[in-house]
Design a protein around this ligand. Structure first.
Ligand SMILES: Nc1ncnc2c1ncn2[C@@H]1O[C@H](COP(=O)(O)OP(=O)(O)OP(=O)(O)O)[C@@H](O)[C@H]1O
Ligand SMILES: [Mg+2]
Length: 1002
């Protein structure tokens, strides 16, 4: 009461100290209490960033920073708020969403991303209002001003689909080629329209058309054209096909290997440089992801094969705007640049979904107006009916639950006559639950076999081998499900049953939309959000994923039309209406990722000074979009001045970062020189931030525990997604590992990486999503460790380098350095290793000891079957038995300060091996691993590493190592080490002595 009379604005109370409040109410004792209460009222600070996506849609990024004291008694575990966007006059609500602030994240910033419609002319401002759902007076209003907003340029109209006579397959005029398309007689209208320019010219072409329009065959026209020219000697045949998702490259490889295998050598790149160079050499159709091609083509100046690419096909080009699209952008820019540099004509054929700004993309890849096709989303060869349904429930799980009935109804209504229906759900858990729910509904309606299209007995035989119990049961109702956690076999079986029309319904987790061919009559997208662990929030699927899902509702030759039902959170309905019926624009996000790309270009000498860096940018798609949608790229105007200032600022900013992380040196404020750390980052395709972290965290004294922590801290692991409920599991996992983690945050992806690496070494099995994460972690571990070895050896630290090499062995074999090396032998358990060690006749400790034991004795000792023993014998043949000899050149005539040269010869016992060594025996490593070795010379008394070389050893290798003799004369002892990167227990070390004379005296 007293206070109200003072008429003090509420905001002012925040500035008062407890003492002042006490004085204000003339009751000093209450001052503190009241102060506390004031600061417990949920207060949020807001800031917003607005970017136009199109002329009628604005993208908002709202950052919410909590600014109050959390007290469990007052606030409980969550504080809910409403986020509301109002128009200028406060008349209309343009967007609402529910925001839950959880106790554990009260000290963090929260980012919400959403879109809001607008109209022309642009209103002066909108208001964002965030209101507490519980508290009176907890309200924040943020005006968002549009005065400086520049809307993107208008888009060119799409390509009209002409009413042409469908082109018969015989138009190829080549019997062999025609044989490839025996499944149908005519090309579809889109293929017909693009045929001439693709098959009869060598121009670069962009074909943008909705999913399922048969674009793959459009690209094949260009391949056949290339093949024809190669046969007649007019061109060489080196076709590169890039798809930005690994599952797509796998699918394409399978398909084209079958289709073109007789015409041309089809290869898929592996990601290991040495192997890929060989594939590139012999391959005629080379299939790759953007990352693999980036790593390989960076050194295009030295690699003739890259310059000789004749046709470069980029599929799903619209993914350029997605998270990893920057790599796609960089490689396409590079191919354009190579083409102009060498004067060779590298033909680029790009395929994409329908685009709003196709013209920019087309011009960027070098397509002229007659090679630029941008068909609108509506012109599918099989028309698509789209229904969008909103469900107005704020809680995610409750909303998902409420969607099952509409899903069931959609199937019974839209997929009549047993036509196949595909349902996409956010996660594997939902896949299982939804399949069960659908079975339950069908049992109420039709006795449980509504969706089963064959007989029950028949299904029993099919499902006999199914590993997952629940799946077995749902299949019996005619409902299958697929997700990334199922075994490859189960996934394949469900796919086959669905394709063969034995089950009517298949539920798939959202990530399965890429690369698994599951055509259906009806696609139901059940919910359009997934849980994003990085943001601790539910995030929308990218539009590109939604389009891909919808694309599955297309069965040419079978259906006259397809259907798609999208169930989403009610407030999102308008947004989807806009973007699923209209083409969407693609913007670059290269400006967020320039560091690593630019570092790589400095390393290979393509960018030598700041001007080169600016020139490099002019080849990118980003450059073309800067003036078209300036605000998106944080540009305030579109004049030439704005542009050139912006580019210089951009270049200045990332070069400074590269300089301060010691990757690049800038001389005379102009010239760029790669530094050691920059070289290492580029060579191993590792982020410059990782290398910087390695370099600052490693010390001469780092032990295994520290080494693993540093490895797990790599930026590459920051992308591991957290999932709801996972933290507890990680906590339990961490508690059972050899090394504890200091102050662990269980939601931190680096803690997860550390725990999963240790679990791998301890052979603790993890399942499901964590197993998938573990695979990802192991995939990059060798690359990171090799980079680490290079960072360490640049510092000349011997023992840490050897530990890092041992870590590489541990990663390959899935065991600790202190475990018995016998655990690498097939079928071996810890118990068997112990029995070997305690063997009476003679303790068996090494692999070589074991190999000397006779088969009979081994059978007795280990109780193994004949086939198991056979596996062990096979393993012995492969286990490297290397003979190492070395000579110190002119060893008796070395003076202080001289260079000492050591010539090493390695010879491998290949008696029982075929001509090639082949990949490592590493059943615990998730993909084939090639053998690699390090040769190291060190001084163990001072812990100094003096020389190091990496060696790829087949039968024989000769390697020269050099180091400087010490400045003082006398006899010096050195060690030479041969270290494997894959096996434990085959490393070798020898001591040698050099007699160093005084250079001055006689
Ligand atoms: N002329 C044709 N007649 C009948 N079927 C065709 C024809 N051309 C392509 N198809 C079939 O259409 C399906 C979709 O083709 P494709 O995968 O090439 O589409 P897309 O445009 O690449 O779609 P996405 O955007 O999903 O990659 C394939 O199963 C293909 O075999
Ligand atoms: Mg395609």
């Amino acid at each position: 009461m007293k206070l109200e009379k003072k008429e003090l604005a509420w905001e002012r109370y925040y500035d008062l100290s407890s003492q002042e409040i006490g004085e204000l109410i003339r009751y000093p004792k209450m001052g503190r209490q009241l102060h506390k209460c004031i600061h417990q009222l949920p207060k949020l600070n807001l800031s917003a960033h607005v970017q136009p996506i199109t002329r009628t849609v604005l993208g908002f990024e709202l950052t919410i920073t909590p600014d109050f004291q959390w007290d469990d008694k007052v606030h409980g575990y969550v504080e809910p708020f409403w986020v509301i966007v109002e128009d200028n006059d406060g008349e209309y609500i343009l967007h609402t969403e529910y925001f839950m602030l959880k106790k554990q994240y009260v000290d963090e910033d929260h980012t919400l991303n959403f879109t809001v419609p607008t109209y022309e002319p642009l209103p002066p401002q909108y208001f964002i209002r965030v209101v507490s759902d519980k508290w009176l007076g907890s309200l924040t209003i943020l005006p968002v001003c549009f005065r400086h907003l520049i809307l993107p340029e208008k888009y060119a109209p799409p390509t009209e689909l002409l009413d042409l006579q469908p082109l018969p397959v015989s138009a190829l005029r080549n019997a062999r080629y025609e044989g490839l398309y025996s499944a149908f007689k005519h090309f579809n209208p889109i293929q017909t329209q693009v045929f001439t320019v693709l098959y009869n010219t060598d121009d670069s072409v962009l074909v943008a058309a909705p999913t399922g329009s048969g674009k793959t065959i459009c690209a094949e026209f260009a391949i056949l054209r290339n093949h024809q020219r190669a046969v007649s000697g007019e061109s060489n045949m080196r076709v590169v096909y890039i798809a930005p998702i690994e599952a797509l490259t796998k699918e394409r490889y399978r398909d084209w290997e079958r289709k073109f295998g007789e015409f041309a050598k089809v290869v898929e790149l592996t990601g290991e440089t040495a192997a890929d160079l060989k594939l590139l050499d012999k391959g005629e159709i080379i299939i790759s992801t953007p990352e693999k091609w980036d790593a390989l083509s960076r050194r295009w100046k030295q690699r003739k094969h890259i310059q000789q690419v004749s046709l470069f096909i980029v599929d799903e080009l619209h993914l350029l705007g997605s998270d990893k699209g920057h790599v796609l952008e960089v490689i396409v820019s590079r191919m354009r640049r190579i083409s102009s540099h060498t004067g060779s004509n590298i033909r680029i054929v790009a395929l994409s979904a329908s685009l709003a700004n196709a013209k920019d993309l087309g011009e960027w890849i070098g397509a002229t107006s007659h090679g630029l096709f941008n068909f609108p989303p509506a012109v599918r060869p099989v028309p698509l009916e789209i229904y969008i349904q909103g469900v107005d429930i704020a809680n995610f799980e409750a909303r998902m639950q409420a969607m099952t009935k509409p899903t069931y109804t959609a199937i019974t209504q839209h997929a009549k006559n047993s036509k196949p229906a595909l349902v996409y759900v956010p996660t594997r858990k939902h896949a299982r639950l939804t399949a069960l729910d659908l079975c339950a509904y069908s049992s109420v309606d039709g006795g449980g076999t509504l969706f089963l299209l064959g007989s029950e007995d028949e299904m029993d035989t099919f499902t006999r081998g199914v590993e997952e119990e629940t799946l077995k049961n749902t299949l019996k109702c005619g409902v299958g499900y697929v997700h990334e956690g199922l075994s490859e076999l189960d996934q394949e079986l469900v796919t086959q049953l669905f394709l063969a029309g034995r089950i009517q319904v298949c539920v798939a987790s959202s990530t399965m939309c890429w690369g698994r061919p599951l055509p259906a009559h009806l696609v139901v997208v059940m919910g359009t959000q997934y849980y994003d662990g990085r943001e601790n929030a539910h995030t929308d699927y990218p539009i590109t994923d939604l389009l891909q899902m919808m694309g599955h509702a297309s069965r040419p030759l079978k259906d006259n039309s397809g259907k798609c039902v999208i169930l989403c959170h009610a407030p999102r309905k308008e947004y989807y209406k806009k973007f699923l019926f209209e083409a969407f624009p693609v913007e670059s996000n290269l400006h967020h990722f320039l560091h690593d790309h630019m570092n790589a270009e400095v390393v290979v000498g393509v960018v030598e000074n700041k001007q080169d860096a600016v020139d490099y940018l002019t080849w990118t798609f980003m450059y073309r979009r800067l003036t078209k949608n300036p605000n998106f790229y944080n540009l305030q105007g579109v004049t030439h001045r704005h542009l050139s200032d912006h580019l210089s600022e951009l270049v200045e900013a990332f070069l400074n970062d590269l300089e301060s992380s010691k990757c690049v040196a800038i001389e005379e404020d102009m010239y760029l020189k790669p530094l050691n750390l920059g070289l290492i980052a580029s060579y191993y395709y590792v982020s410059y931030t990782t290398i910087e972290r390695f370099s600052s965290m490693l010390t001469q004294k780092t032990k295994m525990k520290g080494l693993l922590e540093i490895l797990a801290s790599a930026s590459e692991y920051a992308e591991l997604l957290g999932r709801p409920g996972e933290e507890e599991f990680i906590e339990r996992l961490v508690r059972h590992q050899r090394f504890s983690i200091d102050k662990p945050k269980y939601g931190d992806p680096h803690v997860k990486a550390n725990a999963l690496l240790q679990a791998h070494f301890s052979r603790h099995t993890v399942v499901g999503n964590l197993a998938a994460d573990q695979r990802e972690i192991l995939f990059s571990a060798h690359r990171l460790l090799q980079a680490m070895v290079d960072v360490i050896s640049s510092n000349g630290w011997l023992s840490v380098a050897l530990s890092a090499m041992e870590s590489s062995q541990m990663v390959t074999q899935g065991m600790w350095d202190r475990d018995s090396v016998l655990l690498q032998v097939p079928h071996f358990t810890k118990d068997m290793a112990r029995r070997c060690q305690e063997n009476e006749a003679k303790p068996i400790e090494s692999i070589f000891d074991l190999a000397e034991v006779g088969v009979d004795e081994m059978r007795d000792l280990l109780q193994l079957s004949n086939s198991q023993l056979q596996d062990i014998i096979e393993f012995f043949k492969r286990f490297p038995n290397v003979d190492m000899t070395y000579v110190v050149r002119a060893g008796d005539d070395i003076s202080t300060g001289d260079n000492v040269t050591v010539q090493v010869t390695l010879e491998r016992d290949m008696t029982n091996l075929p001509s090639e060594v082949g990949s490592v025996h590493a059943p615990r490593f998730p993909k084939p691993k090639e053998e690699g070795w390090w040769l190291v010379i060190g001084d163990s008394s001072t812990n100094q590493l003096l020389a190091i070389k990496r060696v790829a050893l087949q039968k024989r290798a000769r390697v020269k190592l050099e180091f400087s003799a010490p400045p003082e004369a006398g006899r010096k002892n050195y060690m030479i080490y041969l270290m494997s990167d894959s096996y434990l227990g085959c490393d070798q070390e020898y001591e040698f002595t050099v007699d160093v004379k005084d250079a001055g005296g006689d």
